[in-house]
Design a protein around this ligand. Sequence first.
Ligand code: SAM
Ligand code: ZN
Length: 146
Amino acid sequence: MALVIRPSRIHSVGVFTNAPIRKGARVVEYDGPRISPKEADRLYDGAPRTYLYGLEDGSTIIDGEGLGAYLNHSCDPNCEIDEIKGRAWIFALRDIAAGEELLWDYNLYDDEAPAPCHCGSSKCRGTMYSPEWMRKMRRRAKSAKL
Ligand SMILES: C[S@@+](CC[C@H](N)C(=O)[O-])C[C@H]1O[C@@H](n2cnc3c(N)ncnc32)[C@H](O)[C@@H]1O
Ligand SMILES: [Zn+2]
């Protein structure tokens, strides 16, 4: 499997595969220095583009570098991210053809800055936030009006 970074119609550059990838394959690690949420806020609050991934322990953020951190978001993704023993990996959700851009659903949360999605899929929800987080935000906005 050969992965390359090149221009994406979704946003700036993304990661593409030069060879077919089988459903379930472990594609690439989302790797980088581990920092605290406080440090991530200090470094990147308000940044229009970030490369951060929060591990399940709630106190570790990967400050992504390398190929794995360059995948764009889609609301109809062909990959997903999963954590195994403190490391984050991108897995293929379905068979992926050579030439396709690799995309995962960021399911962003815990922020209120706008994060409009330009994935262009028919399932696009218009935001890179997770449906659960959006529900929460709508509920909060409603009760603020009461
Ligand atoms: C990890 S970077 C992805 C690589 C990025 N395209 C680049 O050129 O560096 C994440 C950033 O890409 C942008 N991005 C990724 N997917 C997007 C999408 N579906 N719609 C809009 N912006 C997106 C956002 O600015 C996000 O903060
Ligand atoms: Zn979308």
